[in-house]
Design a protein around this ligand. Structure first.
Ligand code: ZN
Length: 290
């Protein structure tokens, strides 16, 4: 696959560094970027010479989240070999939106979370909503002091991003406050809560993340895989997968509710004015008016 928005680097022996390279759009995630990212993760996962995978981003901000300027997504998804088998990407009613989000916002993130090798997210600046779908599936998170994390979906009439890892990441009490207030969590607070492994000076972010990756990469890869599998399976046995599926379906109950009430998947009153117009265009496409 040609990659326009993702760069694949080999910064050190046994380490891959996958970079979101759409800095001009604050690394907003369109369909193409997500499929390119999935392809890059596959490449790193299947190469036995790679033990550790870093996920990083160009520019001042990790990611602005989903690219809501992408209007023709029904067509876009046809260009790719899907990872799930749910299909229905051209269905009527809520079917197409559900199918699309299930594929690229839930099954992708779940797939990356289950890559057997250690993965490390390297995060600077803003990480908004959909950004969490790339960061949380990673095993470790190294954040610059200026990193901050936001899930503002409640303001838009939705009860959390599609990959509902909030409770596991923050603990139930803080997760609820995070969702209810739609406030930022700073790198320092995320570190205190156990969501982030290390907070470092912005100018040291890449070097420190790479140093951590290199330390891990010296260990036997098979043992690393076994350690990850053991930890992940404990979370899954505690109900993580079922809980997340339930949350995803509540997320789509919200999208459907908003479609009936407001004619768009989100409550427009919570959407900043400057992007509300873009969403209206997006909705016009959904309705076949454009
Ligand atoms: Zn959604």
């Amino acid at each position: 696959m040609n990659r326009d928005f993702i760069r694949f680097e080999r910064p050190a022996d046994r380490v891959a560094r996958i970079v979101l390279a759409r800095d001009d759009m604050r690394n907003a995630q369109n369909t193409q970027l997500l499929y390119e990212l999935n392809d890059a993760f596959d490449e790193a996962a299947c190469n036995d010479d790679i033990s550790v995978i870093i996920l990083a981003a160009d520019g001042d901000h990790f990611s602005a989240g989903h690219d809501i300027t992408e209007f023709d997504f029904k067509k876009n998804i046809d260009a790719y070999e899907t990872v799930g088998v749910w299909s229905g990407f051209h269905g009527e009613g809520v079917e197409a939106l559900y199918a699309r989000e299930r594929e690229i916002y839930l099954e992708f993130s779940e797939r990356w979370r289950n890559i057997p090798k250690p993965t490390i997210a390297e995060v600077q600046g803003m990480a908004i909503a959909g950004a969490l779908l790339l960061i949380w599936p990673c095993d470790l998170i190294v954040a610059a002091e200026d990193a901050r994390f936001l899930d503002n979906t409640v303001e838009m009439g939705v009860g959390g991003v599609e990959y509902f890892a909030h409770v596991g990441e923050l603990g139930p009490r803080k997760a609820k406050e995070y969702l209810f207030t739609a406030d930022w969590i700073t790198a320092e607070e995320a570190h205190r809560l156990g969501m982030v492994n290390h907070v470092v000076a912005p100018e040291k972010l890449s070097a420190d993340t790479l140093a951590l990756a290199q330390r891990i990469a010296k260990k036997p890869l098979f043992a690393l895989k076994l350690a990850k599998e053991a930890a992940n399976t404990m979370e899954d046995a505690a109900g993580r997968v079922a809980g997340m599926k339930n949350a995803f379906h509540l997320h789509h109950l919200a999208h459907s509710h908003n479609m009936v009430r407001f004619g768009m998947p989100v409550d427009p009153s919570g959407v900043p004015e400057k992007i509300r117009d873009k969403i209206m265009k997006h909705v016009a496409v959904l309705k076949g008016e454009r």
